[in-house]
Design a protein around this ligand. Structure first.
Ligand code: WTA
Length: 648
């Protein structure tokens, strides 16, 4: 279907009249990108103003605003207090148990962040040291991130749904000195242990994680009166941070000082520690938050449904909103706890104006039925956002009509852990949107769609999405692995010096950009990035499995679902359901329950080329029930008959 034939949703005159963004921004940015970014960077408070903007002479290692100095936490917290906005609520925190909530003003946030900073400094941590944060969505998680930022410590947030094995590999890779966690976390109404996973991850004796000196534990669930404790290593947050002084004198750091590492899945089994720095990252988080979410200080109530374990949580739960002095909702739990009304009750209660979630959740709401949102007053909403995966036009229209009451613009935002902030998105009040298209690179951002040789493809043709100009929020490297950084992102179009995003895309005849999903071995399940190689390596770590091939197959709700094909070891018994369960559990243990395959097929053979490469594309055809593509390069095309027979 030609995208031209689709309905276009122009902004209403009312919205356009009050919008932060203007069409002129595109031209200004194009005319002088560096001056444009310098202007955006001046949104922040600099202790030492920068005189340089971009230094790309050492590409692909960028420096932005390199001679400037700032404190990221001061920009997110203190300066709002100084400006007399201390009584404004920064965070409406909503716990998973109903009636468990807490409002935190900017003044209170400043005190809490200062206490945490004082304690962390007091135990000897110094700028540049790494701190792992393995926590559910409690305020202390954000306080911890900001305390690190305040001291120039580099935080590494590890999603609390990751297994202890996954935590350990990230702690070791970053050589984190401290782990901050909670005793437990609520999962669908019941407390589940979390500190126990930290203990398991960190090991003991000869196996103990060598870098970790302290584990700070926030009391959240209080579910275990006999919580195992390692004396000397473990401390309660309330006894340490809680007792520290709320006065802390911040120091300024270089713009290029590392702010955080965030591990994300790549095409190999080993996650990559994406490095982000301070001034450029915060500039982009702040600029995009203001313009893409049309943020109105003191009036809007923003809600980003992501977890702090993902980049969306970093940029649009912490650094973007707080650097803008926003008031936001942070919700600890799942959307159906205690029932499917929860999100809509929260929107109603807090008067949420701006709501930013993943398409998977929209499709889940669709399944639950429109009567659920219809039972609530959602009239406070004025802008909706989507992130993490392509949004199908049907979900877009449903979101627009049922949640947005037909009046709210939708910003479909394309970006990545590596980009730090939103890159491609409509500008609300400016862009006429096509459902399913992320529309256009933001002012200051340049993207292209090219073929294998780097030649731009014609409008309407599919190609690779590349970013052909550096941007302030760009990753500065992969922690401890310069070569992998170059190979992964910069080798594909080395001659041109372009960043290869790993996504397929096309521009349509009207210049709207359609992102089509990953072209590498990375899956996108419910907006979570999971590598096929990681799941394969978890499967083969089970003693019954000789070989495994994993693909992401189209899934109506989650975007993609994980489908595995495994060959058993000689002599291993195929015990049917029991084996499948054991294999799924193995993946949960090695990675996370979110990576459990939807379907595991035990097969006699995997389709391979003569050079021994598994033909994943063909497995995808099988899993999605399509006719097979070209099988002529296979050693033994008949393997498919056997695979099909096993799938039934
Ligand atoms: C996908 C999440 C289509 C894409 C912020 C990208 C999207 C990967 C969109 C990054 C979107 C994200 N439309 N696809 N609006 N947003 N993606 O690192 O494949 O968790 O490469 O960052 O998600 O996932 P990540």
């Amino acid at each position: 279907m030609s995208s031209n034939a689709q309905t276009v949703f122009p902004p209403s005159a009312d919205f356009a009249a009050q919008a932060n963004a203007t069409a002129a921004m595109y031209e200004r940015a194009e005319a002088d990108p560096q001056e444009f970014w310098a202007e955006q960077a001046r949104r922040l408070d600099w202790d030492t103003p920068f005189t340089q903007v971009l230094d790309w002479s050492n590409a692909p290692f960028a420096s932005w605003f390199a001679d400037g100095k700032l404190n990221v936490a001061v920009n997110c917290v203190d300066r709002h207090v100084t400006a007399g906005k201390g009584d404004r609520v920064a965070i409406h925190w909503v716990g998973e148990p109903i009636d468990d909530h807490r409002d935190i003003t900017y003044s209170q946030l400043k005190d809490e962040v200062s206490r945490a900073a004082n304690y962390l400094a007091g135990i000897g941590l110094q700028a540049g040291d790494r701190v792992a944060i393995y926590m559910p969505m409690v305020p202390e998680a954000i306080i911890s991130m900001l305390a690190c930022a305040r001291l120039g410590l580099t935080h590494s947030v590890v999603f609390a749904g990751f297994s202890s094995a996954a935590l350990r590999s990230r702690v070791d890779d970053a050589e984190a000195k401290v782990v901050i966690t909670t005793d437990g976390q609520y999962r669908r109404g019941a407390p589940a242990p979390l500190k126990a996973q930290v203990d398991e991850a960190l090991g003991s004796g000869a196996d103990a994680a060598p870098s970790v000196e302290k584990v700070i534990v926030v009391r959240r669930t209080n579910h275990d009166p006999e919580l195992p404790w390692v004396d000397g290593r473990d401390v309660w947050w309330e006894d340490t941070v809680g007792e520290a002084s709320p006065e802390h004198q911040p120091e300024a750091f270089d713009a290029e000082h590392p702010l955080f590492l965030l591990y994300t899945s790549g095409t190999t089994g080993k996650p990559k520690g994406i490095v982000h720095t301070s001034g450029g990252y915060l500039t982009q988080a702040s600029y995009t938050f203001h313009n893409v979410f049309d943020h109105k200080e003191g009036r809007d109530v923003f809600w980003c449904g992501a977890d702090i374990g993902w980049v969306t949580g970093h940029s649009y739960l912490v650094y973007g909103p707080l650097s803008n002095g926003a008031t936001e909702v942070i919700y600890e739990g799942t959307p159906n706890s205690p029932d499917e009304h929860r999100h809509f009750q929260v929107i109603e209660k807090y008067g949420v104006t701006t709501y930013y979630i993943a398409p998977t959740l929209i499709r889940t709401f669709m399944k639950w039925g429109r009567e659920i949102p219809a039972a609530h007053d959602l009239s406070s909403l004025r802008l909706l956002g989507s992130v993490g995966e392509p949004i199908n036009p049907e979900a877009w229209r449903w979101y627009h009509e049922v949640i947005g009451g037909g009046r709210c613009p939708i910003v479909d935002t394309w970006w990545q852990t590596e980009t730090g902030g939103i890159m491609v998105s409509p500008l609300p009040g400016v862009t006429a949107c096509k459902p399913g298209s992320a529309m256009r690179p933001l002012p200051g951002i340049s993207a292209n769609v090219v073929d294998d040789n780097g030649v731009p493809v014609a409008d309407g043709e599919q190609g690779y999405l590349v970013l052909d100009q550096p941007w302030p929020g760009m990753l500065r490297g992969i922690w401890g692995d310069e070569q992998r950084f170059k190979d992964t992102y910069w080798s594909r179009f080395a001659e041109q010096g372009w960043y290869f995003a790993g996504d397929g895309a096309r521009y349509d005849e009207d210049g709207a950009l359609w992102v089509l999903g990953r072209v590498d071995d990375v899956m996108n399940v419910s907006g979570h990035r999971i590598s096929t190689a990681e799941v394969e390596s978890a499967l083969v770590s089970h003693s019954a499995v000789a070989e495994a091939a994993v693909i992401g197959a189209a899934d109506e709700t989650t975007g993609q679902g994980i489908v595995a094909f495994v060959i058993l070891m000689e002599g291993a018994a195929d015990t049917g359901e029991e084996l499948i369960k054991a294999l799924r559990d193995q993946v949960a243990v090695d990675i996370s329950p979110i990576a459990k395959p939807r379907e595991i097929n035990v097969v006699p053979e995997l389709p391979k080329t003569r050079s021994g490469k598994i033909m994943r594309r063909l497995l995808k055809d099988v899993a999605e029930g399509r006719e097979l593509g070209d099988t002529s390069t296979l050693v033994d095309p008949s393997v498919f008959e056997a695979i099909r027979a096993r799938r039934g």
